[in-house]
Write a protein that binds this ligand. Sequence first.
Ligand code: NDP
Ligand code: 8X3
Length: 254
Amino acid sequence: MPNLLENTTAFVTGATSGFGRAIAERFVREGARVVVTGRRAERLAELARDLGDRALPVVLDVRDRKAIESAVAALPADFSGVDVLVNNAGLALGLEPAHRASLDEWETMIDTNCRGLVTCTRTILPGMVTRGRGHVVNIGSVAASYPYPGGNVYGATKAFVHQFSQNLKADLLGTPVRVTVIEPGMADTEFSLVRLKDTGKAQAVYRGMQPLTAEDIADTVAWCVTRPRHVNVNVIELMPTQQAFGPFPVHRKD
Ligand code: NDP
Ligand code: 8X3
Protein backbone atom coordinates (compact mmCIF):
# COMPACT_ATOMS: atom_id res chain seq x y z
CA MET A 1 0.00 0.00 0.00
CA PRO A 2 2.42 2.71 -1.05
CA ASN A 3 1.55 6.18 0.24
CA LEU A 4 -2.12 5.42 0.80
CA LEU A 5 -2.06 7.81 3.75
CA GLU A 6 -0.29 10.64 1.89
CA ASN A 7 -2.78 13.35 2.88
CA THR A 8 -3.52 12.05 6.34
CA THR A 9 -2.67 13.51 9.73
CA ALA A 10 -2.86 11.05 12.58
CA PHE A 11 -2.71 11.44 16.36
CA VAL A 12 -1.56 8.25 18.09
CA THR A 13 -1.66 7.88 21.87
CA GLY A 14 0.79 5.52 23.54
CA ALA A 15 3.30 5.61 20.69
CA THR A 16 6.34 4.94 22.90
CA SER A 17 5.88 1.17 22.79
CA GLY A 18 4.02 -1.81 21.36
CA PHE A 19 0.99 -1.21 19.14
CA GLY A 20 1.22 2.59 19.21
CA ARG A 21 4.81 2.64 18.04
CA ALA A 22 4.10 0.11 15.28
CA ILE A 23 1.02 2.06 14.17
CA ALA A 24 3.01 5.32 14.01
CA GLU A 25 5.79 3.61 12.01
CA ARG A 26 3.29 2.06 9.61
CA PHE A 27 1.40 5.32 9.12
CA VAL A 28 4.57 7.29 8.38
CA ARG A 29 5.64 4.57 5.92
CA GLU A 30 2.30 5.01 4.16
CA GLY A 31 2.89 8.76 3.86
CA ALA A 32 0.98 10.14 6.86
CA ARG A 33 2.07 12.86 9.26
CA VAL A 34 1.75 11.54 12.79
CA VAL A 35 1.57 13.22 16.18
CA VAL A 36 3.22 10.63 18.42
CA THR A 37 2.35 10.88 22.10
CA GLY A 38 3.13 9.16 25.39
CA ARG A 39 4.64 9.93 28.78
CA ARG A 40 8.23 8.77 28.14
CA ALA A 41 9.94 11.75 26.50
CA GLU A 42 13.16 9.91 25.62
CA ARG A 43 11.31 7.17 23.79
CA LEU A 44 9.31 9.75 21.86
CA ALA A 45 12.44 11.65 20.90
CA GLU A 46 14.05 8.43 19.68
CA LEU A 47 10.93 7.54 17.68
CA ALA A 48 10.82 11.01 16.14
CA ARG A 49 14.50 10.67 15.18
CA ASP A 50 13.73 7.34 13.49
CA LEU A 51 10.63 8.62 11.67
CA GLY A 52 11.90 12.03 10.55
CA ASP A 53 9.91 15.19 10.05
CA ARG A 54 6.63 13.39 9.39
CA ALA A 55 6.46 12.61 13.12
CA LEU A 56 5.80 15.22 15.79
CA PRO A 57 6.58 14.06 19.34
CA VAL A 58 4.30 15.43 22.07
CA VAL A 59 4.84 14.30 25.65
CA LEU A 60 1.40 13.65 27.04
CA ASP A 61 -0.29 11.80 29.87
CA VAL A 62 -3.79 10.96 28.65
CA ARG A 63 -5.06 11.30 32.23
CA ASP A 64 -4.27 15.02 32.13
CA ARG A 65 -7.19 16.82 30.48
CA LYS A 66 -5.56 20.25 30.48
CA ALA A 67 -2.38 18.85 28.90
CA ILE A 68 -4.40 17.21 26.12
CA GLU A 69 -6.43 20.34 25.43
CA SER A 70 -3.34 22.58 25.31
CA ALA A 71 -1.34 20.09 23.23
CA VAL A 72 -4.09 19.80 20.63
CA ALA A 73 -4.64 23.57 20.57
CA ALA A 74 -0.88 24.12 20.07
CA LEU A 75 -0.35 21.68 17.19
CA PRO A 76 1.56 23.35 14.35
CA ALA A 77 -0.31 23.87 11.07
CA ASP A 78 1.17 20.78 9.40
CA PHE A 79 -0.17 18.54 12.16
CA SER A 80 -3.30 20.35 13.32
CA GLY A 81 -5.90 18.90 10.94
CA VAL A 82 -6.01 15.52 12.65
CA ASP A 83 -8.10 13.12 10.58
CA VAL A 84 -7.18 9.83 12.22
CA LEU A 85 -7.18 9.55 16.01
CA VAL A 86 -5.83 6.26 17.32
CA ASN A 87 -6.80 5.92 20.98
CA ASN A 88 -4.28 3.25 21.85
CA ALA A 89 -2.74 4.31 25.20
CA GLY A 90 -3.80 1.87 27.86
CA LEU A 91 -2.73 -0.70 30.35
CA ALA A 92 -3.66 -3.60 32.56
CA LEU A 93 -2.34 -3.71 36.12
CA GLY A 94 -2.31 -6.93 38.11
CA LEU A 95 -4.25 -10.18 37.95
CA GLU A 96 -5.42 -10.31 41.55
CA PRO A 97 -9.03 -11.29 42.25
CA ALA A 98 -11.36 -8.36 42.96
CA HIS A 99 -11.30 -8.78 46.74
CA ARG A 100 -7.49 -8.50 46.82
CA ALA A 101 -6.80 -6.16 43.88
CA SER A 102 -5.33 -2.70 44.40
CA LEU A 103 -7.91 0.08 44.26
CA ASP A 104 -5.15 2.46 43.16
CA GLU A 105 -4.41 0.21 40.20
CA TRP A 106 -8.10 -0.01 39.35
CA GLU A 107 -8.30 3.78 39.33
CA THR A 108 -5.22 4.04 37.11
CA MET A 109 -6.77 1.66 34.56
CA ILE A 110 -10.09 3.53 34.58
CA ASP A 111 -8.36 6.92 34.33
CA THR A 112 -6.14 5.80 31.44
CA ASN A 113 -8.26 3.36 29.44
CA CYS A 114 -11.61 5.14 29.83
CA ARG A 115 -11.17 8.75 30.94
CA GLY A 116 -8.04 9.31 28.81
CA LEU A 117 -9.65 7.84 25.72
CA VAL A 118 -12.80 9.89 26.18
CA THR A 119 -10.83 13.10 26.74
CA CYS A 120 -8.70 12.66 23.60
CA THR A 121 -11.82 11.87 21.60
CA ARG A 122 -13.85 14.82 22.87
CA THR A 123 -10.91 17.19 22.27
CA ILE A 124 -10.12 16.08 18.71
CA LEU A 125 -13.53 15.02 17.36
CA PRO A 126 -15.09 18.50 16.84
CA GLY A 127 -12.33 19.41 14.37
CA MET A 128 -13.04 16.23 12.38
CA VAL A 129 -16.74 17.04 12.19
CA THR A 130 -16.03 20.65 11.17
CA ARG A 131 -13.53 19.61 8.49
CA GLY A 132 -15.87 16.87 7.26
CA ARG A 133 -13.20 14.19 7.47
CA GLY A 134 -12.09 11.86 10.23
CA HIS A 135 -11.71 8.40 11.71
CA VAL A 136 -11.52 7.44 15.38
CA VAL A 137 -9.82 4.10 15.94
CA ASN A 138 -10.07 2.78 19.48
CA ILE A 139 -7.97 -0.09 20.75
CA GLY A 140 -10.16 -2.37 22.83
CA SER A 141 -9.49 -5.98 23.74
CA VAL A 142 -10.98 -9.46 23.69
CA ALA A 143 -11.15 -8.85 27.46
CA ALA A 144 -14.18 -6.64 26.72
CA SER A 145 -16.25 -9.67 25.77
CA TYR A 146 -14.67 -12.67 27.48
CA PRO A 147 -14.21 -12.58 31.27
CA TYR A 148 -11.24 -14.27 32.92
CA PRO A 149 -10.04 -14.46 36.51
CA GLY A 150 -8.14 -11.30 37.42
CA GLY A 151 -9.45 -9.42 34.39
CA ASN A 152 -11.98 -7.59 36.59
CA VAL A 153 -11.49 -3.85 35.98
CA TYR A 154 -9.24 -4.19 32.93
CA GLY A 155 -11.94 -6.13 31.04
CA ALA A 156 -14.56 -3.66 32.25
CA THR A 157 -12.57 -0.71 30.87
CA LYS A 158 -12.37 -2.44 27.50
CA ALA A 159 -16.13 -3.14 27.56
CA PHE A 160 -16.47 0.61 28.06
CA VAL A 161 -14.24 1.21 25.03
CA HIS A 162 -16.40 -1.14 22.96
CA GLN A 163 -19.69 0.53 23.89
CA PHE A 164 -18.31 4.06 23.70
CA SER A 165 -17.13 3.29 20.16
CA GLN A 166 -20.56 2.01 19.14
CA ASN A 167 -22.26 5.03 20.70
CA LEU A 168 -19.83 7.39 18.95
CA LYS A 169 -20.85 5.79 15.68
CA ALA A 170 -24.50 6.45 16.55
CA ASP A 171 -23.78 10.11 17.32
CA LEU A 172 -21.75 10.61 14.15
CA LEU A 173 -24.43 9.39 11.75
CA GLY A 174 -24.89 12.16 9.19
CA THR A 175 -21.21 13.13 9.33
CA PRO A 176 -18.45 11.46 7.31
CA VAL A 177 -16.49 10.63 10.49
CA ARG A 178 -15.84 6.91 10.94
CA VAL A 179 -15.38 4.90 14.13
CA THR A 180 -13.68 1.54 14.57
CA VAL A 181 -12.83 -0.50 17.64
CA ILE A 182 -10.12 -3.13 17.31
CA GLU A 183 -10.17 -5.89 19.92
CA PRO A 184 -7.00 -8.00 20.00
CA GLY A 185 -6.14 -11.06 22.05
CA MET A 186 -2.64 -11.88 23.31
CA ALA A 187 0.04 -9.75 21.69
CA ASP A 188 3.70 -9.61 22.67
CA THR A 189 4.45 -6.00 23.62
CA GLU A 190 5.36 -4.44 26.97
CA PHE A 191 1.76 -5.10 28.06
CA SER A 192 2.51 -8.13 30.27
CA LEU A 193 5.60 -6.51 31.78
CA VAL A 194 3.50 -3.49 32.79
CA ARG A 195 0.79 -5.78 34.13
CA LEU A 196 2.97 -8.25 36.04
CA LYS A 197 6.03 -6.04 36.79
CA ASP A 198 8.34 -9.06 36.36
CA THR A 199 10.26 -9.91 33.19
CA GLY A 200 10.22 -13.68 33.78
CA LYS A 201 6.47 -13.77 34.45
CA ALA A 202 5.83 -11.52 31.45
CA GLN A 203 7.84 -13.77 29.12
CA ALA A 204 6.05 -16.85 30.47
CA VAL A 205 2.72 -15.46 29.22
CA TYR A 206 3.86 -16.09 25.63
CA ARG A 207 5.82 -19.32 26.26
CA GLY A 208 5.25 -22.11 23.72
CA MET A 209 2.79 -20.18 21.56
CA GLN A 210 2.94 -17.55 18.84
CA PRO A 211 1.26 -14.36 20.03
CA LEU A 212 0.07 -11.51 17.83
CA THR A 213 2.69 -8.86 17.14
CA ALA A 214 2.42 -5.09 17.27
CA GLU A 215 2.83 -5.12 13.48
CA ASP A 216 -0.27 -7.37 13.17
CA ILE A 217 -2.27 -4.68 14.95
CA ALA A 218 -0.70 -1.86 12.90
CA ASP A 219 -1.63 -3.80 9.77
CA THR A 220 -5.23 -4.10 10.97
CA VAL A 221 -5.47 -0.39 11.79
CA ALA A 222 -3.93 0.52 8.41
CA TRP A 223 -6.48 -1.70 6.64
CA CYS A 224 -9.41 -0.10 8.48
CA VAL A 225 -8.38 3.48 7.74
CA THR A 226 -7.63 2.80 4.09
CA ARG A 227 -11.08 1.38 3.23
CA PRO A 228 -13.11 3.56 0.87
CA ARG A 229 -14.80 6.47 2.65
CA HIS A 230 -18.25 4.87 2.45
CA VAL A 231 -17.05 1.80 4.38
CA ASN A 232 -17.00 1.89 8.20
CA VAL A 233 -15.41 -1.11 9.87
CA ASN A 234 -17.26 -1.18 13.19
CA VAL A 235 -15.44 -3.88 15.18
CA ILE A 236 -12.54 -6.21 14.52
CA GLU A 237 -11.73 -8.96 16.99
CA LEU A 238 -8.55 -10.91 16.38
CA MET A 239 -6.48 -13.35 18.40
CA PRO A 240 -3.56 -15.73 17.92
CA THR A 241 -4.38 -19.01 16.23
CA GLN A 242 -3.05 -20.63 19.39
CA GLN A 243 -5.48 -18.81 21.71
CA ALA A 244 -9.18 -19.70 22.17
CA PHE A 245 -12.12 -19.35 24.55
CA GLY A 246 -12.43 -21.08 27.93
CA PRO A 247 -15.23 -23.34 29.13
CA PHE A 248 -17.43 -22.20 32.05
CA PRO A 249 -15.58 -23.34 35.16
CA VAL A 250 -17.65 -25.00 37.90
CA HIS A 251 -16.65 -24.98 41.56
CA ARG A 252 -17.61 -28.36 43.04
CA LYS A 253 -17.70 -29.12 46.76
CA ASP A 254 -16.70 -32.79 46.52
P1 NDP B 1 2.55 -1.38 25.79
O1 NDP B 1 2.70 -1.42 27.27
O2 NDP B 1 3.65 -1.90 24.95
O3 NDP B 1 2.19 0.11 25.32
C1 NDP B 1 1.28 0.88 26.05
C2 NDP B 1 1.40 2.32 25.61
O4 NDP B 1 0.44 3.10 26.34
C3 NDP B 1 2.77 2.91 25.90
O5 NDP B 1 3.20 3.66 24.79
C4 NDP B 1 2.53 3.83 27.07
O6 NDP B 1 3.36 4.97 26.98
C5 NDP B 1 1.08 4.25 26.84
N1 NDP B 1 0.45 4.73 28.05
C6 NDP B 1 0.15 4.06 29.18
N2 NDP B 1 -0.37 4.89 30.11
C7 NDP B 1 -0.40 6.12 29.53
C8 NDP B 1 -0.82 7.40 29.96
N3 NDP B 1 -1.32 7.61 31.19
N4 NDP B 1 -0.70 8.45 29.12
C9 NDP B 1 -0.18 8.27 27.88
N5 NDP B 1 0.23 7.09 27.40
C10 NDP B 1 0.12 6.03 28.24
O7 NDP B 1 1.21 -2.20 25.50
P2 NDP B 1 0.41 -2.48 24.13
O8 NDP B 1 1.04 -1.84 22.99
O9 NDP B 1 0.13 -3.92 24.10
O10 NDP B 1 -0.96 -1.75 24.52
C11 NDP B 1 -1.59 -0.80 23.69
C12 NDP B 1 -3.10 -0.95 23.86
O11 NDP B 1 -3.48 -2.23 23.41
C13 NDP B 1 -3.59 -0.83 25.28
O12 NDP B 1 -4.80 -0.07 25.28
C14 NDP B 1 -3.86 -2.27 25.69
O13 NDP B 1 -4.86 -2.37 26.68
C15 NDP B 1 -4.33 -2.84 24.37
N6 NDP B 1 -4.26 -4.29 24.19
C16 NDP B 1 -3.09 -4.97 24.35
C17 NDP B 1 -3.05 -6.34 24.13
C18 NDP B 1 -1.83 -7.15 24.34
O14 NDP B 1 -1.94 -8.37 24.56
N7 NDP B 1 -0.64 -6.58 24.22
C19 NDP B 1 -4.25 -7.07 23.67
C20 NDP B 1 -5.42 -6.24 23.56
C21 NDP B 1 -5.41 -4.91 23.78
P3 NDP B 1 4.12 5.67 28.21
O15 NDP B 1 4.36 4.62 29.25
O16 NDP B 1 5.37 6.22 27.60
O17 NDP B 1 3.16 6.74 28.64
C1 8X3 C 1 -5.06 -7.86 26.51
C2 8X3 C 1 -5.51 -9.23 26.13
O1 8X3 C 1 -6.33 -11.43 27.06
O2 8X3 C 1 -4.51 -10.30 28.25
O3 8X3 C 1 -6.07 -6.96 26.34
O4 8X3 C 1 -6.74 -9.44 28.40
S1 8X3 C 1 -5.80 -10.12 27.54
